[in-house]
Design a protein around this ligand. Structure first.
Ligand code: SIN
Length: 290
């Protein structure tokens, strides 16, 4: 057994994992401790990690196969399973996805089988007056579910709502937070709107969570739009209440992983070039939301 230490944050999600080096393969007992902490805290932070892309990919693969990002424009040039998130421009080209996470969301909720979790590794972090910018916020969708009234839980049981990639980016564009190229006909065919349970049950722990993204979900099965719309808006607002939220202040070489059922997240875009931000992201394949 390693002398790994889990230090929970004061929020309902988030913990720092200390005394661990992720550059070397983890023994089964240590990995089991990390899996348990991941299930309990939903967001794990590993500070001061010195990782190559291969080592980050190997760590991600301990949790399952890697799920590639929907669009491949910003894949790492040598590791297509890794996405680059960045505001850096080289020549006339952004080297990474600049608008990732600009509104509250759960990664790739618009696909039939969204990723179980995501792993983000900080390579460059923007700074101002010695303080990091570009925090990422994580909010507990499990705590939000727990606090619903029993009548609302009963009303939502078994109902579904629709998520879509194009809906998500149309909304972000309207907020001035996305200027992505429209989908090609082939991409559109591969990314139809998809519906998921409004209340999702976590595949590993059985915990119930709200799975509704602010401004992106359309309709609730069996309810009139006049009832569904305000309900969706209320559910989304509940998910991101400050009391359910952990804010991560990044340091270079932080590796952070989150669970896409138990949390939603938001990347704060409070920096601009010449302040540079570069992150590597991998995602872990999930199971059909139930
Ligand atoms: C994301 O939504 O995956 C990006 C989060 C971040 O860049 O902080």
């Amino acid at each position: 057994m390693s002398d790994l230490r889990i230090v929970p944050s004061s929020a309902p999600v988030g913990a720092i994992v200390e005394n661990i080096d992720l550059s070397t393969p983890l023994d089964d007992a240590t990995f089991a401790q990390i899996e348990a902490a991941y299930a309990a805290h939903a967001v794990l932070v590993f500070r001061d990690q010195a990782l190559t892309p291969e080592q980050m990919i190997a760590f991600t693969q301990r949790f399952g196969d890697i799920e590639r990002y929907t669009r491949n424009h910003y894949a790492h040039p040598d590791h297509p399973e890794m996405l680059l998130i960045s505001n850096i421009v080289e020549g006339d080209r952004s080297i990474g996805l600049a608008d990732a996470g600009a509104t509250w969301h759960s990664d790739m909720s618009y696909v039939k089988v969204p990723p179980r979790g995501s792993v983000l590794y900080a390579r460059e972090i923007p700074m101002q007056d010695g303080q990091p910018l570009g925090d990422t916020l994580f909010a507990s969708t499990g705590a939000a579910y727990d606090d619903l009234s029993q009548a609302t839980k009963d009303l939502l049981d078994g109902r579904r709502t629709t998520h879509s990639y194009e809906g998500k980016h149309a909304r972000r564009a309207a907020l001035g937070k996305s200027n992505r190229k429209p989908l090609s006909a082939k991409e559109r065919e591969a990314l139809p709107p998809t519906d998921h349970p409004v209340i999702r049950t976590h595949a590993q722990t059985g915990r119930k969570c709200i799975y509704v993204i602010d401004g992106e979900c359309v309709g609730i099965s069996g309810l009139a739009d006049t009832e569904a719309e305000p309900l969706l808006s209320d559910l989304a607002d509940r998910c991101t209440r400050p009391e359910y939220t952990y804010s991560h202040h990044w340091q270079v070489n932080d590796l952070l992983m989150w669970d896409n059922c138990l949390v939603q997240h938001l990347a704060i875009q409070d920096y601009a070039l010449p302040q540079r931000r570069l992150m590597w992201r991998t995602t872990i394949k999930g199971t059909t939301p139930a």
